[in-house]
Ligand binder design. Structure first.
Ligand code: HEM
Length: 582
């Protein structure tokens, strides 16, 4: 045999051997794939069936649904009225805690509650066992953290995740800003200055429209999100932005984009992501590792237009956050400033290392992002719904105007003047809006270990209970004629029990910004209502609905988030009196 044919023979043998090896590997992987898939599938299905059966034996109500698909089809069909759909389940059950099911192979037991006793149990009595969902098991939470970072809003507090100390520290540091003195001085100055800017901006718009003999139409929700953004940029980071006048689109639009893309990503891909959990690596996650690893989640995030949109928004948020922190680090005033980020940058860890150290960059990024969503979206939702309610009920708007003019007139709406005792009707309007349109309408907590609820129901480890402020505020057993807007319900004012009214959560993780949000909303309402008379754009009322996201903003038909109002400038008070006298 010549040297050449010998070489050809050898390489043919090598190729043949390789082919055989690859064939065997592929076959072996095929077996591994099938075995893993079947094992994961069967394990999850059996686990779900056993858990559901145990709960039903304890008389936990579950509304009718397909045994394989759970309530998935119903949720999709009712997506635009998700909160009503959930409330229907509570109503038809006649119980306050009901079972909701996902796909039978998802191994997720979800319960929904409007029972204050259960709310108190999970938020206070056994708080350490009821945490935010696990990022490894729950893709919604995993992606939530991808854009919000690891900050007070997303940190776990149970022993399982080792994040308790960081959460506690962030809570302690963040609390330092919410003092009465700060409300009366620093926050008042910022809120009032920002409100004056908003009123002036709207006056210009109204006068231009009047000069052109047109009605002044304004997207109030956009303005109010702009207002809260500019206020918290000052209060938390000492930065002056002008979102209200359209000059700061970076941070807010990246946040909105990430929030919406996150939600759509989950809704559109819930089936695929659930399937991916069942597939072995590399298609799905390695057993025990986080659910967003593997080829399928990677393709969704990287190749789908929605995933790319989400990733771009996250990159923008990171970039904007980095700028906020860098500006603060370079600013000599940080050493004495009253803003929240300065408090953090001046603090030190247990080893004496300041949080301004480079090793805390990611920590600070989480702080900034959590505080932006906490301070901006929720309060803007509250104010947007308030203006919707005031335009839907012109008589209430008139009565509120009278109270404002009688008690404050053109004067400064200082902190103490806005208290419930001084302005009971204003306070009633705000609380009625919070009752009917809570900015966080539903909030899930997951138990780490098996637990027994106060009524004796044993729930398995991993059960999620969603407490439901939106449903609780509409309970006819608690509120007579619950769908009617009646600010008088809250006069005279008695602080509601937060477990019965958990709009700001309650217990150990109660919202830190509750007083700030209520104060800010009242101050803005006073400034706007005394300057303008608002009406809803004709034909809008029937389009207004809620967006079923983490924070419940106003949705206007499909895909639009506008609250279109007509604003008519009121005559300044002095002029009003003169013309009346004349
Ligand atoms: C109407 C306005 C607001 C509502 C309805 C609201 C509601 C809530 C709710 C339901 C939670 C619990 C979230 C969870 O952990 O599951 C929360 C937490 C929190 N809120 Fe608010 N919030 C509002 C405004 C604010 C404002 C203006 C701030 C200002 C900084 C703020 C700061 C926080 C913080 C820091 C937390 C996390 C507390 C913790 O986990 O320890 N909130 N809020």
């Amino acid at each position: 045999m010549s040297a050449l044919s010998k070489q050809k023979f050898t390489s043919r043998r090598v190729v043949g051997a390789l082919r055989t090896l690859l064939g065997r590997l592929a076959r072996a992987y095929g077996w591994y794939f099938a075995l893993q898939f079947v094992t994961r599938f069967v394990r999850r299905v059996v686990s779900t069936i056993v858990k559901v059966r145990k709960l039903k034996q304890q008389n936990v109500y579950q509304s009718p649904c397909c045994p394989i698909l759970g309530h998935v089809r119903e949720v999709k069909e009712n997506f635009d009225r998700l909160l009503d759909f959930r409330l229907d389940a509570i109503k038809e059950s006649k119980a306050k805690t009901v079972l909701r099911l996902g796909l039978v192979c998802s191994d997720r037991i979800q319960m929904l509650t409007t029972d204050p006793i259960v709310v108190k149990y999970i938020l206070k009595d056994n708080f350490r066992n009821w945490d935010k969902p696990s990022g490894n098991e729950n893709f919604f939470f995993k992606y939530f953290r991808a854009w919000l970072g690891v900050g007070i809003f997303t940190l776990h507090h149970s022993n399982k995740y080792g994040e308790y100390d960081t959460w506690k520290l962030q809570r302690k540091l963040a609390s330092s800003i919410f003092t009465k003195n700060n409300f009366r001085t620093y926050m008042y100055d910022v809120f009032q200055e920002r409100a004056s800017t908003l009123v002036d901006h709207m006056r210009c718009g109204a006068r231009a429209a009047a000069a052109a003999h047109e009605v002044y139409e304004i997207d109030m929700q956009q303005k109010l999100f702009g207002y809260t953004m500019d206020s918290i940029m000052r209060i938390f980071f000492s930065q002056k932005t002008e979102t209200v006048t359209g000059e700061n689109e970076g941070f807010p639009s990246a946040f909105d984009e990430a929030h919406r893309a996150h939600f759509e990503l989950i809704v559109k891909n819930v089936g695929l992501l659930t399937l991916a959990k069942l597939l072995p690596w590399p298609f799905g996650p390695l057993s025990g590792s986080n659910v967003t690893t593997g080829i399928i989640p990677w393709c969704i995030m990287t190749l789908s237009p929605l995933g790319s949109r989400f990733k771009r928004a996250i990159t923008r948020i990171r970039e904007e956050t980095r700028k906020v922190i860098e500006n603060k680090l370079e600013d000599p005033a940080t050493a004495t400033s009253n803003d929240l980020l300065s408090y953090f940058l001046r603090a030190r860890d247990d080893d004496g290392v300041p949080f301004s150290d480079a090793k805390y960059t990611e920590f600070l990024s989480g702080v900034v992002r959590s505080m932006v969503i906490a301070g901006r979206d929720t309060t803007a939702c509250l104010m947007s719904w308030t203006f919707f309610m005031l335009t839907a009920h012109p008589d209430i708007q008139n009565r509120l105007y009278e109270e404002i003019m009688t008690n404050i007139g053109d004067g400064e709406p200082r902190f103490d003047l806005l208290a419930a005792q001084q302005m009971p009707y204003l306070n009633g309007v705000v609380y009625e809006t919070l009752r009917l349109h809570p900015p966080v309408p539903v909030d899930p907590k997951t138990c780490i270990e098996e637990d027994t609820l106060p009524d004796g129901t044993r729930v398995p480890a991993g059960t999620t209970i969603m407490y439901f402020p939106w449903g609780m505020g509409r309970d006819p057993a608690v509120y007579e004629d619950p769908l009617a807007m009646k600010p008088e319900r809250w006069i005279p004012f008695k602080e509601p029990d937060l477990y019965k009214f958990p709009v700001f959560q309650a217990g150990s993780r109660q919202c830190l910004g509750m007083n700030m949000a209520i104060y800010e909303a009242k101050l803005v309402i006073v400034n706007l209502i005394r300057a303008f008379k608002f009406t809803l754009k004709p034909g809008e009322e029937e389009n207004i609905t809620y967006s079923p996201m983490i924070t419940m903003s106003i949705k206007n038909g499909s895909g639009s988030y506008k609250l279109l109002l007509h604003a008519e400038e009121r005559q300044p008070q002095g002029l009003r009196h003169r013309s009346t006298e004349a």
